[in-house]
Design a protein around this ligand. Sequence first.
Ligand code: SAH
Length: 231
Amino acid sequence: MTNADPIELEKFSQLAHKWWDPHSEFKPLHDINPLRLGYIDRIAGLAGKTVLDVGCGGGILSESMAGLNGNVSGIDLADKPLQVARLHLLESGKQVEYRKIAVEQLAAEQPGNYDVVTCMEMLEHVPYPGSVIAACAKLVKPGGWVFFSTINRNPKSYLFAVIGAEYVLNLLPRGTHDYAKFIKPSELAQSCRDAGLNIGNITGMSYNPFSQEYSLGNDTDVNYMIACRRD
Ligand code: SAH
């Protein structure tokens, strides 16, 4: 049994052709990318590192990590986003190894193989996020870093991530996010510890609807990232 929701994968396949259009449904991913890339690089130092991007989609983060001289592989279970990711390499000239495989299966194949594992904006789309977290922990080398980002679960995140983004600002297609699948930082931190990871840092990524800009800070009410390290 694969830990994936076919309806979720189909949603991302349907939109895949727009992945690299910064004015499309993927605008939020383009907008947050420099912030999360800087965060990952400051903590883990990407140059020369072997990096795995789990749930890589069309490759926005994967390519940017390759641009900082990481040796990057990306995995996803949706076909079309992976095809778009591979095609985009022809345009960008970057090098990323893309593969369709479940993270749990890769963890069985290549345990302890990566210096850095990233899994951004994906946990809230899978049936069993704990299984993805455990697989990421297994894939990273001892002493290596694992990064997750997801959406907090509270009235404010419902208002911003569902009502605001999908119904008021029309940033995202309706139905992109299921509130019940949002994950509180305390829950994510507990799953990371259960998987043998130590929490290094939790940082919020907040959106200002007036300036229409994202920034990093202490506000983890809606979007946030966590950096953890394997013993
Ligand atoms: N991580 C990328 C893309 C986020 S969109 C970024 O932040 O830029 C969410 C991605 O997760 C989609 O590409 C979707 O296909 C993928 N996804 C959803 N469920 C998955 C699963 N069970 N296994 C692997 N990828 C999955």
